[in-house]
Write a protein that binds this ligand. Structure first.
Ligand SMILES: [Zn+2]
Length: 494
């Protein structure tokens, strides 16, 4: 290739090209090719293949990728000779990490290149100009806007940085940076994209790399993030009472009205709401797994974690996943939790467990621990309707229990992945992903329910009314109007 000096000016701007002679050892035939040119005004790193050209380390080195060389030139004006080596730790996704670009780099005084090197350098720069890079990049120098962060990950830039703070055990790899790894995981949970689509967005060649990246990011967050915001041991009973409870509900549950002086109840009691949430999965090929995950109730295959939530909607815990077959009803799951988890470390005598009718077989066992159990009333088969008192009791439970349904809804709305039918390939890590979603909600979302003065008034009203029987019904009963034979007279047209 014929060297044309003005080609270089296009890229280096202020550089001045001048011939400085030829190395003696070369024959005259190669002189023209080996002639060295000093490019004044262009800074360069010394040519070396033996050491890392940045920190001089001689350990694990790899050739500096073209994208990294061009990145360095674009951002710092420093050229790195082709075939120079550097430590793998300086690279992420074939680019230098932001730390490297901030380091002081030892430079040669002049940049000397022969014509071939100059040609290659031009090719590198033009190659980059026309090469399609990844569509999105979450590195520090990326031009993603605040809105892009929100749309893609569901979190602001500031929140994203907070999450990154918990990823100390995550390492960059040659294919992707730490930030991009975490972004891929959040995007997956938020938008439920196919792995092929993630490959396309992040400029990754092989789908296996996406799988490995999601696993690496999840493992890091599982180590340092999830245990801080989820689990029966991540918070004390006192903190739950202080920050995540609605004290007025104690009165509602105990049907106690404040006396005339408005004396409050002596102790705050913990109110924990239990409910299983359904995660729908693809129909498994394995017959046993297919049978065990099939829910008669929903006529679909699913797995279910048990949620333990406070009356403000704070998620204390989301358990491992349970099967959906007959043996895994809500009552048996709660029994299993009482025996195998530190649940009883949070509960004290006189606390409240709020459940729905599916837990009826576990009530006795929970009450053995002197924990009040509150459940909507069960209608005996011989009767068609609840009495007013029973209805009121059910309504009191609903006044508190709705929040767990709202929490389940919030998770599925925020993380589309949990709302969709989950692919079998994700099922082995589904429980871990679900816990991550819950921990993220706890860390970044406001309470679902915040008590106010009105709560207090409503509770007092509900407690007073709950003792009143339905006056209309009583009157109808007295007048014999509730029997089937009650005489309805036909209204004539005339
Ligand atoms: Zn190095």
């Amino acid at each position: 290739m014929e060297l044309e000096s003005h080609s270089l000016f296009l890229y280096s701007g202020c550089s001045v090209l001048s011939s400085i002679g030829t190395p003696r050892s070369h024959s005259t035939n190669t002189n023209a090719r080996r002639q060295l040119f000093a490019v004044k005004g262009m800074k360069s790193i010394k040519k070396t293949e033996k050491k890392c050209c940045l920190c001089k380390s001689e350990k694990e080195r790899s050739i500096v990728p073209r994208t990294a060389r061009v990145q360095m030139y674009k951002e710092t004006g420093i050229r790195i000779p082709k075939n120079n080596r550097c430590c793998k730790s300086h690279l992420a996704n074939k680019r230098f990490t932001p730390e490297v670009l901030k380091e002081k780099i030892i430079l040669t005084e002049d940049t000397n290149m022969d014509s071939e090197e100059i040609s290659e350098w031009i090719a590198d720069l033009t190659g980059l100009a026309f090469k399609k890079g990844p569509l999105i990049d979450f590195e520090y120098n990326s031009d993603l806007t605040e809105e892009d962060y929100q749309i893609l990950t569901g979190y602001s830039k500031v929140d994203f940085d907070v999450i990154m703070g918990y990823c100390k055990s995550l390492h960059s790899s040659i294919n992707r940076s730490k930030r991009n790894a975490v972004a891929m995981l959040l995007i997956q949970l938020r938008l439920n994209l196919s792995q092929k689509m993630i490959c396309l967005l992040f400029g990754i060649q092989k789908q296996e790399r996406v799988s490995a990246t999601l696993e690496a990011a999840l493992s890091a967050l599982e180590k340092d993030f999830i245990p801080k915001y989820l689990g029966l041991s991540h918070i004390t009973r006192e903190e739950l009472l202080e920050k995540h409870s609605v004290p007025a509900f104690d009165k509602l549950l105990l049907s106690r009205v404040d006396d005339e002086e408005g004396a409050p109840l002596e102790d705050k009691r913990l109110q924990l709401i239990f409910d299983a949430t359904y995660l729908y999965i693809q129909k498994p090929k394995d017959l046993e797994f297919q049978r065990r995950t099939y829910s008669q109730h929903k006529s679909r295959n699913l797995l279910k974690p048990m949620m333990v939530v406070t009356s403000t909607g704070y998620i204390v815990d989301a358990t491992e996943l349970y099967f959906a077959d007959y043996g895994n009803n809500d009552a048996s799951i709660l029994n299993h939790m009482m025996k195998t988890t530190p649940l009883l470390n949070l509960f004290e005598i006189g606390d409240h467990a709020i459940v729905d009718r599916g837990f009826r077989d576990a009530v006795e066992q929970v009450e053995d621990f002197a924990i009040y159990t509150h459940m909507p009333e069960l209608l005996p088969k011989t009767r068609k309707q609840f009495s007013a008192m029973e209805g009121n009791k059910s309504r009191k439970v609903t006044m508190i229990r709705w929040v767990v349904e709202a929490v389940n809804g919030r998770i599925k709305k925020k993380f589309k992945f949990m709302d969709a039918t989950i692919q079998m390939s994700y099922v082995p890590k589904l429980g871990r992903l679900f816990k991550l979603c819950c921990a993220l909600i706890n860390r970044f979302s406001p309470p679902i329910f915040t008590p106010s003065e009105i709560t207090e008034k409503l509770v007092n009203l509900a407690v007073r009314r709950s003792e009143l029987d339905n006056r209309l019904r009583k009157n109808l009963e007295q007048d014999g109007l509730l029997t089937r034979k009650s005489c309805w007279t036909l209204v004539s047209h005339e």
